[in-house]
Design a protein around this ligand. Structure first.
Ligand SMILES: [Zn+2]
Length: 219
């Protein structure tokens, strides 16, 4: 394993995404610049924002600071797919991966997916599946575009639209019943997206939904 890693690095040397030092995607020094939350259940911090919380647990690796932002953005915009295994290893090392039947992720709008060519959260989910032996499935689909969402002024209408933002894909409708599911997303802002995605899973009969997040923008 070590030899394989060494060979990989010889052929694909990487630079620290934060300080450009040759070696790892994030050098040891910059790694220490991450602000870890250390295994806290962060669910209570987001529940006051919602009428109903559809999550059963929420774990977040760290604050979405400048260093973590570099990693997430590299995966999102620069097609740096080698970042996905790195972020999955961070989830594996820093969080307590719940005992679950499935791993899924917050989907992108089909138009955005076509534009980017991949869903960065799916890339991380697939890597986490390899580490945890829990299968990753593309369970959810996004119904409407977020941009339209921003133009809705009325609070009730906004909540209504949010509740219908995601749905379990037709072919998985029966599959998710009674399942314990890990729901992955890269960045948490208010938790509204994660809660809406979780709501869709619960509506289809999921038993438990455990949210896993890379970085949080919450104070
Ligand atoms: Zn560095």
């Amino acid at each position: 394993m070590r030899l394989k890693n060494l060979l990989l690095e010889l052929f694909f040397p990487s630079f620290c995404l934060h300080c450009q030092k040759l070696g790892y995607l994030l050098c040891e020094n910059c790694y220490h610049g991450l602000e870890f939350y250390f295994l806290q259940n962060k669910l209570e911090e987001i529940t006051p924002h919602f009428e109903t919380a559809y999550l059963d647990q929420l774990q977040i690796i760290a604050r979405f600071n400048f260093t973590l932002q570099k990693l997430v953005k590299a995966l999102k915009y620069k097609n740096s797919k080698n970042v996905a295994p790195f972020l999955a290893k961070m989830l594996w090392r820093h969080l307590l991966i719940p005992e679950a039947d499935l791993i899924t992720f917050v989907p992108l709008h089909p138009r955005k997916l076509k534009l980017r060519g991949y869903n960065q959260c799916q890339e991380i989910a697939l890597e986490l599946a390899k580490l945890s032996n829990i299968p990753a499935k593309n369970l959810l689909e996004k119904k409407i575009n977020n941009q339209a969402q921003a133009q809705i002024k009325n609070q009730a209408e906004r909540l209504e639209r949010m509740a219908n933002l995601f749905a379990v894909r037709e072919k998985y409708q029966n599959f998710v019943k009674e399942k314990k599911i890990i729901l992955l997303d890269d960045i948490l802002t208010t938790g509204a997206t994660l809660n809406a995605a979780s709501q869709a899973l619960k509506k289809a009969g999921a038993k438990k939904v455990f949210g896993l997040i890379i970085g949080s923008k919450m104070e």
